[in-house]
Design a protein around this ligand. Structure first.
Ligand code: GTP
Length: 390
């Protein structure tokens, strides 16, 4: 395969310019997301470094060798900042190391005028920067279920290329393409860096997109005040648990909680204290939850739990929670909860929505029979049987 270095150079400038514009618009469109901001600066810095590298053809040395490479490693540093920001890590000053090191090395004529030495240091810096990016990305693997592997593959290929260059690029000047490239290996560097820039731009866009989508998805399933699941999450997760119980022949208990006289707590102690009571209630119930369970805030002072327990276990659990709530008294504010529950055998498990209706009927009884108590739903057949016995 024969590749013309000048054509590649023009293509690379075009790709870098185009990717910078795409990233700039993506950055503005994302309300100035810092990850995209750092990536934009990295792309623009690389574009600038490439343009300066072409000045070798006009006999310049300082701008392409010293300034151009300092800007290139500044760009790599910006990529490190983009990945650190993605991970939520502080930036520090390590990202400047590559640019500073190159600037210092250029003060030594043995380095500045030696192409092979410059090639070796370039390879080592690129390897180190890419290894840092790989490590940072590894720490974000749980945040990126879809884009982690493509992003990691791209970086590993980039790292492998620079390791290969370390052995294959002897740093011999190439008179034919001397102007832009400097060595025989230049066409491969241009080709790889062009593909890397394109791949990286779209990978970072996909990573940021995935992170944003997941955080919105998570926020849509959480109650903003208490941080526990909301009604939507309860139906989704509760029905999954119901399915699991049906398949594994386990009983299911659905519980509804309603804090007693909560309006009066707000009136007496203020809305802020009311919020603290809600948080305290969530803490108490969450601590008591068995492993196979889902707990959620339905709205206001109404909460629900879905548990894999039979009727007796469910009743005991509800009693335990009722007592713990009464005893918790956050900041001397004593509050109580009324609880309605229903328990079903594995063969009679229906969807959570219908079981909540039954638990609500029991809760109504708990409220009308004096509050701060647990009531269990009684099916119609059992009710008429009881009535007949009386
Ligand atoms: N502090 C606070 N109060 C809330 C929140 N959501 C709902 N409330 C209040 O909860 C109160 C619920 O009052 P009611 O529905 O009358 O029920 P209650 O006073 O608990 O009476 P019973 O349920 O009959 O025992 C209302 O005053 C709401 O303003 C919240 O997020 N924070």
């Amino acid at each position: 395969m024969s590749l013309d270095v000048y054509t590649l150079f023009i293509c690379e400038l075009f790709v870098l310019g185009f990717m910078s514009i795409i990233m700039l618009f993506a950055w503005a469109g994302s309300q100035y997301d810092r990850v995209l901001g750092f990536t934009t600066v990295a792309l623009i810095a690389t574009l600038l470094a490439m343009m300066l590298s072409s000045l070798r053809s006009t006999g310049h040395h300082f701008l392409p060798i010293a300034v151009g490479n300092v800007i290139l490693y500044f760009g790599y540093g910006m990529l490190v900042n983009a990945f650190r920001t993605f991970r939520g890590l502080p930036l520090g000053i390590n990202w400047l190391t590559g640019a500073l090191l190159w600037a210092i090395l250029c003060l030594f004529p043995q380095f500045y005028f030696s192409l092979p030495k410059r090639v070796i240091v370039t390879c080592l810096l690129c390897i180190i920067f890419t290894a840092v990016l790989i490590r940072l990305l590894y720490g974000a693997r749980t945040l990126l279920p879809a884009t982690y592997w493509p992003a990691q593959l791209l970086l590993v290929i980039h790292l492998g290329f620079h390791v290969a260059r370390l052995f294959l690029d002897a740093g011999r000047p190439n008179m034919l393409h001397g102007a832009i490239g400097g060595t025989q290996f230049t066409v491969w560097i241009m080709l790889e860096s062009m593909l890397f820039v394109m791949g990286l731009t779209f990978t970072i866009l996909a990573m940021v997109n995935e992170r944003t989508r997941l955080s919105y998805q998570q926020a849509s399933l959480l109650d903003p005040l208490t941080g526990i699941a909301n009604r939507r999450a309860l139906f989704a997760e509760g029905n999954k648990l119901a399915d699991w119980c049906r398949r594994h022949r386990q009983p299911l208990t659905v519980v509804l909680f309603d804090l007693d006289h909560f309006k009066s707590i707000n009136d007496r102690f203020g809305h802020h204290q009311g919020d603290r009571v809600l948080l305290d209630f969530c803490r108490v119930v969450s601590q008591a939850l068995p492993p196979q369970a889902q707990f959620a805030r339905l709205g206001g002072e109404e909460f629900a739990a879905v548990l894999s327990l039979n009727e007796q276990e469910g009743k005991n659990w509800c009693e335990q929670v009722r007592r713990a709530v009464h005893d918790s008294a956050p900041e001397q504010v004593i509050y109580t909860t009324s609880i309605g529950m229903t328990a079903v055998a594995p063969t009679r498990i229906q969807d959570i929505e219908s079981l909540l209706v039954a638990a609500d009927e029991a809760l109504y009884r708990a409220k009308t029979s004096g509050r701060n108590r647990v009531e269990v739903f009684t099916p119609l057949a059992e009710k008429s049987e009881l009535a007949n016995q009386l």
